[in-house]
Design a protein around this ligand. Structure first.
Ligand code: FAD
Length: 414
């Protein structure tokens, strides 16, 4: 028995709509695809959880020997919280994460409020899911916990790929090799998968770095803002927010111009460097910097120009591997997470017998959005002044109409 998927052909002037059959996977074909995910970062771990829950055989190959709990925070926009809720993490996220009262944009020197976007309770109502901030390590641990034991294979650095029409062979630095039906490259900005498909090309250093540090709340007195604040100067900014809903630790992350001639992601920094980079900022910023405890690091902001395709044969990419962006919209991981959900959706719509068509559909539905967010992130203007963020936060990767770009086709999997 086979099912048909509706395609609406929409004329440019929207005067005619036609429904026709789309070659879809037979309904009762078991999902026997074996999926290999390269990289167990936030995108790769989400991808693995989604595919596993949909019944696929999934293995994740991660170069790190183990995970360390990096001292960093993360904003989770409602657009990606929706996907995390779908994986079943809603309750556990709410037990740990902060639902910030608002996003507050402030003038760097006077502290004048430029814009305040209400979030707590409002995000759920307006955008369909909560807006959260949390410790990146806690979020990663929740995702890894959502996987079946043994899914992630550590110490597996991909060095070589090889594919034929029916499978892909992966070789790792330890000399071992395995095969899978599909390989998902979720291996970040220095992606080996990308390099194998399209040749070596260094990512572009944007000219900006971000300091990262944490501040025990006990080191601070009264704060003029609730939960989150970003102080904006013309060429740099400073952001603070809470890492857990106990509100006992704040995370400080910045953006500042700096020369960077090293092909590495991060290096050590110090409280003194923070003081120098943000001298002249509002007295509350100075108090926050004074409160920093523990290590201070600085991270290069890399990006790449928009690229397409994101796949070759049976190999496809998600996340920073194909669209690294400056972090100024706090959407890099969110877009990687949306990618994972859309990839699954497109494989389900097209079926396992035409993987290239599924990947093409996936790209058609992801590249415009990823490019738009990547481009806006470059400018560092997001939420500085009053605006309506619904197009970012309200995006529902599960119900967004599917577009097949070549012939203005809209594919419905409803
Ligand atoms: P990564 O998280 O980079 O994961 C890649 C994984 O692949 C790693 O585990 C790596 O070890 C592994 N790997 C790499 N090469 C190989 C190989 N050859 N073999 C096997 N494994 C390999 N985004 C948000 O949504 N919200 C935020 O608040 C936010 N804040 C940010 C703040 C800063 C300072 C920065 C720099 C970024 C921020 N981002 C944020 C962006 C976000 O961190 C990234 O977009 C996101 O982590 C990308 O996820 P990924 O899974 O694609 O790649």
């Amino acid at each position: 028995m086979s099912c048909s998927v509706l395609i609406e052909t929409i004329c440019i002037d929207h005067t005619c709509i036609r429904y026709t059959d789309y070659p879809a996977r037979p309904m009762n074909v078991p999902k026997r695809l074996e999926i290999a995910v390269i990289g167990a970062g936030l995108g790769g771990a989400t991808c693995a959880a989604l595919f596993q829950q949909a019944g696929y055989q999934v293995d994740v190959y991660e170069q790190a020997p183990e995970f360390t709990r990096l001292g960093a925070g993360i904003h989770l926009g409602p657009n990606c919280v929706r996907v995390l809720n779908h994986i079943g993490l809603k309750q556990r996220l709410l037990e740990t994460a902060v639902r910030p009262a608002a996003w507050n944009s402030l003038m760097w020197d006077t502290g004048e409020i430029l814009f305040s976007l209400p979030l707590r309770n409002v995000a759920e109502h307006r955008y369909g899911a909560a807006y959260l901030t949390m410790h990146r390590g806690d979020m990663h641990a929740l995702l890894i916990d959502a996987l079946l034991p043994g899914t992630v294979h550590f110490g597996k650095q991909l060095v070589e790929l090889d594919q034929d029409p029916s499978s892909v062979r992966m070789t790792f630095a330890d000399g071992s090799s395995v095969s899978a039906d599909i390989v998902v490259g979720a291996d970040g900005v220095f992606s080996k998968v990308r390099e194998w498909m399209f040749g070596p090309e260094e990512p572009i250093y944007s000219g900006y770095i971000g300091h990262r540090a944490s501040i025990p709340a006990r080191n601070l007195g009264h704060l003029s803002f609730e939960d989150h604040a970003k102080w904006w100067a013309p060429d740099r900014h400073l952001i603070v927010y809470f890492l857990t809903n106990r509100r006992d630790e704040l995370y400080l992350v910045t953006g500042a111009l700096e020369k960077w001639e090293r092909p590495i992601s991060w290096t050590n920094s110090s409280q003194q460097e923070l003081r120098e980079a943000f001298s002249g900022f509002h007295s509350e910023c100075q108090r926050l910097i004074d409160g920093v405890e523990g290590e201070v690091t600085k991270w290069a902001f890399f990006e790449r120009l928009p690229m397409r395709p994101w796949h070759r044969g049976r190999i496809v990419m998600i996340g920073d591997a194909c669209h690294p962006m400056k972090p100024h919209m706090a959407q890099g991981a969110a877009i990687a997470i949306e990618d994972a959900a859309m990839l699954l959706r497109c494989i389900e719509v097209i079926g396992p017998n035409d993987i290239e068509a599924a990947f093409t559909l996936y790209e058609a539905n992801r590249t415009p959005r990823a490019n738009q967010v990547q481009d806006l992130s470059r400018h560092n203007t997001w939420l500085r002044d009053p605006c309506d963020p619904t197009w970012v936060y309200g995006y529902d990767v599960f119900s967004e109409p599917l577009v097949e770009d070549r012939e203005n086709l809209v594919v419905s999997d409803a």
